[in-house]
Structure formats: C-alpha cells, structure tokens
Design a protein around this ligand. Structure first.
Ligand code: APR
Ligand code: ZN
Length: 233
C-alpha cells in the first residue's frame, strides 16, 4: 500500500539515506549470510571471515573469497540496486551506507556510498597496508601484495575487527541529519549498522524498511514493507 502521504513525504525529502544489507542482493542470486545459502564446504561466514581463520589458513580463506568473487562477478545488479542508484541524482542530498561487499551498488552506479564492511574486490597488504583493486579472480592464491610482495588479505571488516572510524563518522554525520532513511534487506544482527539506524530515527529521520521478514530494527521504523526489495523499490 503506497499512500499519497508517503509519496508526498518521499518527493519532498531533501536529505535521504539508504542502509542496505545482503537482502538487496538476494534477487541477484547472491546468498544472504543467515539464509540457507550462507554455507560453503560446511563452513559458515562466521568461521571464515575472521583474522584467526586467515592467520591459520590464508589459502583456504582466499579460496573462499575467490569463490565469492566469482559469484559476485556472475551476478548483476537487480531493480533494487538500480532504483537506489537513481535515488542518488533524484534527491538533493543522498548517501548510501551498505554492509555489502559484493560491489553491486557501485556497478549499479552509486558513487555517494560508504561500504562500511569493505569491498570483496579490494585487497590490503598485511605488511605495508597498501590497498589495491582486483579486477578479476586472483590468479595466485594466497594473494601477494602488488607493491611489496608480502601476504595480502581481503579488505573486509571481519568478525571481531574494528570498523574504519572515518567511514563510520561520514555515515553517522549524514544519517543524523537525514529526513528520510530506507533500511533495505538487513536482519539487523550486526550492531554498528543497527546503531546508525536507531540514532538516525531518534534524531527524527522517517524510516522505511523493506524486508520480507522482521529485523531487529522493525520495531523502530515508521513503515515496513514486507516484500522483496526489487519489487517494492
Ligand atoms: N529483499 C529484501 N530483503 C531480503 C530479501 C529480498 N529479496 N531476501 C532476504 N532478505 C532479508 C532477510 O529477511 C534478512 O533479514 O535480508 C536480510 C539478510 O540478513 P543477513 O543475511 O543477516 O545479512 P545482513 O543483515 O546484511 O548481515 C549483516 O553480517 O555476516 C555479516 O558482515 C556480514 O554484512 C554482513 C552483516
Ligand atoms: Zn605490501
């Protein structure tokens, strides 16, 4: 049910934020983390996306990421990503904050975005810390640094690791001043994004959630569309 009041609210919004999770990429065929497809060789993301797992077996972790990079390369942005990309030029001020590392939002055309969990096509050197892009699946596993040849790791925030505080500050500053916030496809299991959303809402942002299920944020939002994002957006 899209009522006139909501349409007016969306059309008159000046500063619009979008917070996305794995659900927006589900219709692109990328398994969500906590859904059925979240397994690989009987491991869960929580077992593999950790600094301890990488220290123990960098080759296994790079094999997992190479598989996921292939899934992301084979996937394409769906109508949900495309609408979020169009929002960027439609609203006077816009910021996309995503938990997704699958690179589908940049491929759909979003440039005003903060990838708070990193990007699966960026590697970071474990010694000189330099970051570099990987256009395709790494030929050599584990990946070596393009600059100093030391062991490189995916530039992703792993479980138990801290966020890039600069990125978080950018996201937080924008969200606190936003007048409209779309929360799309996240279960709200991870603390920081939930914190960002609840702070924005308590600062007066009108929150619209799109998720077939309830999330930990559902009780805070103004409207919840229990449908898939590609369809609703
Ligand atoms: N449209 C919208 N939402 C959907 C769709 C869809 N078509 N399909 C599934 N969802 C919803 C699910 O109902 C679920 O609430 O997407 C959500 C996916 O939740 P998770 O798998 O927990 O993914 P996410 O919330 O992004 O996880 C957050 O946790 O694993 C870590 O770092 C990882 O970024 C990830 C973070
Ligand atoms: Zn290096």
């Amino acid at each position: 049910m899209i009522n006139q009041q909501l349409i007016t609210k969306i059309k008159s919004a000046k500063r619009v934020a979008v917070l996305t999770g794995a659900g927006i990429s589900a219709e692109s065929g990328i398994p969500t983390f906590r859904g059925a497809g979240g397994y690989w060789r009987n491991y869960r993301a929580e077992d593999l996306a950790t600094p301890e797992a990488f220290a123990r077996d960098p080759k296994l972790i790079w094999e997992w990421y190479a598989m996921r990079m292939q899934v992301c390369l084979d996937a394409k942005p769906n109508p949900g990503h495309e609408v979020v990309a169009k929002m960027e030029s439609y609203f006077p001020e816009f910021l996309l904050v995503t938990q997704n590392v699958d690179n589908l939002h940049p491929r759909a055309g979003n440039t005003k975005l903060v990838e708070i969990h990193g990007n699966i096509f960026t590697a970071r050197c474990t010694s000189c810390q330099k970051k570099f892009k990987m256009e395709s699946i790494p030929k050599q596993i584990p990946v070596q640094c393009n600059f100093c040849n030391s062991l490189a790791r995916p530039h992703i925030v792993w479980f138990g690791e801290s966020y890039d505080l600069k990125l978080l500050q950018i996201a937080r500053n924008f969200l606190l001043e936003s007048d409209l916030l779309f929360i799309i496809g996240t279960s709200g299991q991870v603390g920081v994004p939930v914190q960002l959303a609840s702070e924005a809402i308590s600062h007066g942002s009108y929150a619209i959630e799109i998720n077939p299920e309830n999330s930990t944020i559902s009780n805070l939002v103004n409207m919840h569309f229990a449908n898939s994002s590609g369809e609703i957006l």
